[in-house]
Design a protein around this ligand. Sequence first.
Ligand SMILES: Cc1cc2nc3c(=O)[nH]c(=O)nc-3n(C[C@H](O)[C@H](O)[C@H](O)COP(=O)(O)OP(=O)(O)OC[C@H]3O[C@@H](n4cnc5c(N)ncnc54)[C@H](O)[C@@H]3O)c2cc1C
Length: 306
Amino acid sequence: MISILARELQRRIAGQVRCFEPLSRHTTWRIGGPAELLILPQREEDILFCFEFAKRQGLPLHIMGNGSNLLVLDGGVKGMVLQTKSLQEVRVEGDCIWATSGAYLSHILKAALLNGLGGMEFFAGIPATLGGGLVMNAGTPQGTLGEVVKEVWFLGEDGRRLRLLKDELEFSYRRSSLKGKGVLLAASLQLYPQAPELTKEKARAVILKKKATQPLEWPNGGSVFKNPPGDYAGRLIEAVGAKGWREGGAQVSTKHGNFIVNLGGARARDVLILIDRVREAVFKTFGVALELEIEIWGEEVDAGGL
Ligand SMILES: Cc1cc2nc3c(=O)[nH]c(=O)nc-3n(C[C@H](O)[C@H](O)[C@H](O)COP(=O)(O)OP(=O)(O)OC[C@H]3O[C@@H](n4cnc5c(N)ncnc54)[C@H](O)[C@@H]3O)c2cc1C
């Protein structure tokens, strides 16, 4: 059945269609069971086609950027995963940059730098696509994507292609009104003139700080928990002595308590066990219920899996 659908899709779209593709190859954690169908569309019209196709066939549809905020469970993901990574167009238009959903923030930062534009340097080192970054309102305390966005082109749940201005969008801490409402196709960011040397210096400072404080030498999924109001998840996790806790191939980073790293062969189950242990310890000691920043996709193996 899945291979029949895959063949039909492959005939109709430009881009790869893969069956039972391990998502561990597509997440920064290097963890995750197979997707029944993984599709890497090359053109906007392919996204529109897949969207309609999934609806017609009653297939669940998941949109994936660079998989840098995802814990995919070991049993894999049913239905269709549409990964935007092959949509990599970036265009400088005056003080703005227009890019398609799969463009990496690092490529947009580079285009800004080469064209004497500033405003992207706070996103240095975030391994996100524009689509994933905007939907999650990625950023740092110095700035978020929701602050620099000018307008977006979006495919709504009803299949309509919308152009939305910044004022029509809502952004909050690691959330946007776009989340779960359809597919971000492209966006334009409002930047400002800035000397390339200054952009370079600011971006370098951001990256050096990340390298000093985050376990970038191991596959990971970024911050596991959101910071609770007025505090830091990493501080609470360190205070309960959880740094270094280990389960299978996963470990609460010894460098930053809010990161869980894959030391090799970690399974999603290992990460889930650590998440539960950390949450329980923080709640017992501080009465704080940590909320997940990462998103969990798919099925556990004992829930059927694929
Ligand atoms: C080493 C490391 C450092 C990080 N540092 C930061 C940081 O400093 N600040 C920060 O905010 N985050 C950080 N993150 C987390 C992560 O990069 C962000 O959450 C980012 O926004 C995820 O982007 P992505 O393209 O990987 O999206 P994915 O992880 O693939 O997807 C995330 C969500 O976005 C949705 N989505 C993706 N693309 C689209 C689209 N085109 N249309 C609609 N929905 C879409 C997905 O369905 C999912 O719900 C870090 C992660 C890592 C691994």
